[in-house]
Design a binder for this molecule. Structure first.
Ligand SMILES: NC(=O)c1ccc[n+]([C@@H]2O[C@H](COP(=O)([O-])OP(=O)(O)OC[C@H]3O[C@@H](n4cnc5c(N)ncnc54)[C@H](O)[C@@H]3O)[C@@H](O)[C@H]2O)c1
Ligand SMILES: [Zn+2]
Length: 334
């Protein structure tokens, strides 16, 4: 199926179909050269499948993991593009998880003031979350996504078949963002996770999540208002994420714990907790609440006194609330 995304920069299709990775070439414009970016964790068979369709395209592969999302690796990609004489008419293809799509997207955004970019997400997180929205970037001086640009892809190609090689922990981690989208925007999506055979509904879960995100992003590209809803679970989640090292808790796992911390309605909490348990996502951690509060106070989205929190009193209907730091501390039982 094809989901059309309309943005101020451009309109583009998201193709979502099993097996579509082997037909990428058919979707491409007739002329133009390609430069592929991936990492060494993405299963070889997906790289081979893509390379076979573009035998002349150079493939730049960097070491997998968040630690690679830095200026040095970004500059290495740009240097390799220059060495291979990539021109303004050419296209960068990203094949991988959110680290690859963020890095390759930013390389495309910055090379010669911006060239075409095609995203092929291969993790649940990158399919569900990063493939729509146009955010690209790298970490800098210990700050996540500190340098970056809004740069829309020309096309997104999502093949759920690629998820079959994804390690289980990463598979579940990315789906936390789909649970989040269900709680704040789409009750039917949430209900899919309440089914015993929820995994059999994976393609529908990805599709509904993409549509939910597309609908929000189209209304608010630069996160001035309604897009803030997507931050459900993220205020506390980011504070948990910063207290671990890169491997303690993954992003989606922190969002799961962050949703459980913030949600107040008993029915929502009960249903959310049951879903997280079934999926094997964590609901809480034993981090120091004082440190959590301090991190939230210093969060770039807080103005040091007040903070916008996303709340859901009913599944499928999130809303924004203004909290004081005292409200945050109360929640953490300080
Ligand atoms: N741009 C956005 O809107 C946006 C949104 C959310 C998250 N992000 C970013 O995404 C990043 C996290 O992305 P992620 O969770 O996809 O992590 P990731 O890119 O690090 O991928 C996780 C691991 O899975 C491996 N992998 C990828 N595809 C595979 C496959 N098909 N089979 C086997 N292994 C595979 C990778 O090599 C890596 O080791 C973070 O840097 C985050 O900031 C961006
Ligand atoms: Zn997130």
């Amino acid at each position: 199926m094809v989901i059309e995304v309309h943005t101020q920069q451009k309109n583009y299709p998201v193709y979502l179909e099993r097996g579509i990775l082997s037909r990428v070439k058919e979707l491409m414009p007739e002329n133009g050269s390609y430069f592929i970016v991936s990492d060494d964790g993405v299963d070889e068979k997906w790289k081979e499948c893509l390379q076979a369709q573009f035998p002349d395209a150079p493939m730049h592969i960097f070491k997998n993991g968040e630690a690679s999302k830095n200026p040095e690796v970004w500059l290495e990609i740009l240097a390799d593009m220059l060495k291979n004489e990539v021109s303004r008419k050419d296209t960068v293809i990203a094949l991988g998880g959110g680290v690859v799509t963020d890095m390759a997207g930013f390389a495309a955004a910055s090379y010669m003031r911006g060239i075409r970019y095609i995203s092929i997400p291969t993790t649940t997180l990158s399919m569900i979350d990063s493939s729509v929205g146009g955010k690209t970037g790298i970490d800098f001086e210990g700050r996540k996504n500190c340098i970056g640009a809004f740069w829309q892809p020309d096309m997104v190609i999502a093949d759920p078949e690629t998820l079959t090689t994804l390690p289980r922990r990463h598979f579940i981690n990315g789906l936390a963002e789909a649970v989040k989208a269900g709680v704040i925007l789409d009750e039917k999506l949430f209900e899919l996770f309440e089914k015993d055979d929820w995994e059999a509904h994976l393609d529908e879960i990805i599709c509904r999540s993409l549509i939910a995100k597309r609908d929000i992003v189209e209304q608010d590209e630069r996160e001035g208002g309604i897009r803030k809803l997507l931050n459900f679970g993220h205020t506390f989640g980011h504070a948990y994420e910063s207290q671990g090292n890169l491997n303690t808790w993954l992003h989606g796992e922190c969002v799961a714990m962050g949703m459980m911390t913030v949600v107040e309605n008993e029915d929502v909490k009960k249903r959310l907790s049951a879903v997280l348990k079934r999926m094997g996502l964590p609901e809480s951690c034993n981090y120091d609440p004082k440190e959590t509060a301090k991190l939230i106070r210093n969060d770039k989205k807080a103005d040091h006194k007040r903070i916008t929190i996303v709340q859901a009193d009913e599944i499928g209907k999130g809303h924004l609330e203004e909290w004081t730091m005292e409200d945050v501390e109360r929640k953490l039982m300080l």
